[in-house]
Design a protein around this ligand. Structure first.
Ligand code: HEC
Length: 156
């Protein structure tokens, strides 16, 4: 059933859960989910700049998103020093919603200078993990600008 879609639309199709997932590191993805939900969980972290409240999403993930940043990123954003890379240990979590339902949880974690990527469904089951082509291929447009991060910028 082919239909005409803009280029972002193609990525939307690729991200549809049953269509095409790339869970290359199931155990690592489970551990990362446990890490971001431990204790009070990521919802107790700071929200990313520009994401004080749920915002409309311009892409694949959902209709609306909430973006949370780990203390490593919050410190870098609040600090006086301009940086060109997010520090190791940085984690960004994006919750995507369709209506009031949480549809996805997308995560990136900086490990030894590289981002580890994972995406889960609304129940926390893994859809993507490792360095999935679809994640890397879209986020690399921001590689030289904000170190792969779309929704907010490096402190310059
Ligand atoms: C078609 C482009 C595209 C693809 C594919 C994509 N993303 Fe994103 N991503 C974005 C955009 C744009 C944002 C900014 C927030 C928004 O509008 O939803 C974003 C935001 C994020 C964020 C919040 C931090 C940031 O960079 O702003 C995470 C985490 C994230 N994506 C993870 C992933 C993961 C994991 C995958 C693969 C499963 C993925 N993304 C695939 C475009 C994409």
């Amino acid at each position: 059933m082919p239909r005409r879609v803009p280029s972002f639309g193609l990525a939307v199709a690729l991200l549809a859960p049953a269509a095409c997932t790339q869970n290359d590191d199931p155990e690592g993805a489970r551990q990362l989910y446990a890490k971001i939900t431990a204790g009070a969980g990521f919802r107790a972290w700071e929200r990313a700049p520009g994401y004080a409240t749920r915002q409309p999403s311009f892409t694949a993930h959902a209709d609306a998103v909430e973006v949370f940043v780990s203390p490593e990123i919050a410190d870098a954003l609040g600090g006086p020093t301009p940086i060109t890379r997010w520090p190791d240990g940085s984690i960004v979590v994006k919750e995507g919603f369709r209506g009031d339902t949480r549809a996805i949880v997308a995560v990136m974690e900086k490990r030894a200078g590289r981002w580890y990527w994972a995406e889960y469904d609304g129940d926390g089951d893994t859809l993507f993990s490792g360095e999935p082509k679809v994640c890397v291929g879209c986020h690399d447009k921001r590689q030289s600008y904000s170190d792969w991060v779309y929704s907010f910028e490096l402190p310059r």
